[in-house]
Write a protein that binds this ligand. Sequence first.
Ligand code: FPP
Length: 240
Amino acid sequence: MAEDRSVETKIPRHVAIIMDGNGRWAKNHRLPRLSGHEAGRKSVKKVVQAAIAHGVRYLTLYAFSVENWQRPREEVQGLMGLLRLVLREELAEMGREGVRLRAIGRLQDLPEAVRAELETAMEKTRGNTKLDLILALSYGSRVEIIEAVKEISKEVKAGRLDPETIDEKTVSGHLYTRDLPDPDLLIRTSGEMRISNFMLWQISYAEIHVTPVLWPDFGKEQFAEALADYARRERRFGGI
Ligand code: FPP
């Protein structure tokens, strides 16, 4: 019988990642927390390259949650500074690699300097079509859903929308991700079995891969492993 090679070709179109464990990595190495985030930056780069190499079309990274604003001021400032630096320093390479940068979340919460850098990077990479890299920034899934409900309510109130016609498409169409397909694969690093308010609506049918590896230790090999795990799964979407 011919060997079944189909598992090797099942590539998820959209991969979403909860990048966790920078703090623990830093602690293990007796370094300040920000060094963990700096090391995490290198993993982002490796994973973007791996995603392109494997033919993944959309990659969403949970870079900063609405809850993360509650961290010590020094860490928040450090993360914002790092984000600004990354956007500036990686722009040229994103261009060369065909990466289109996008963002989801309460972008209005970001410091003006970060927002400006983000807008520039998104504008300059707009025409790229190899990989959409979506950064979730000041992102919270419940807030996203609340905002969608408010928008939908306004349309109903204005008489533009019949409540009886509201369906999954209506809700999906009012989320930050309105023009993105749902993630097929959700990866979480550092072993925690939690969703942490990330894409609650969008991951309804996603396969979940949790690895004990801390984010700064996650690279091409671990990404390939997650894809192989995904390829072995049989997705039934509630059918049999
Ligand atoms: C979670 O680790 C990670 C974050 C809150 C930030 C993610 C940021 C990066 C990977 C750095 C740069 C990335 C981009 C896209 C510019 P944690 O601090 O919660 O770790 P812990 O749970 O071990 O404390």
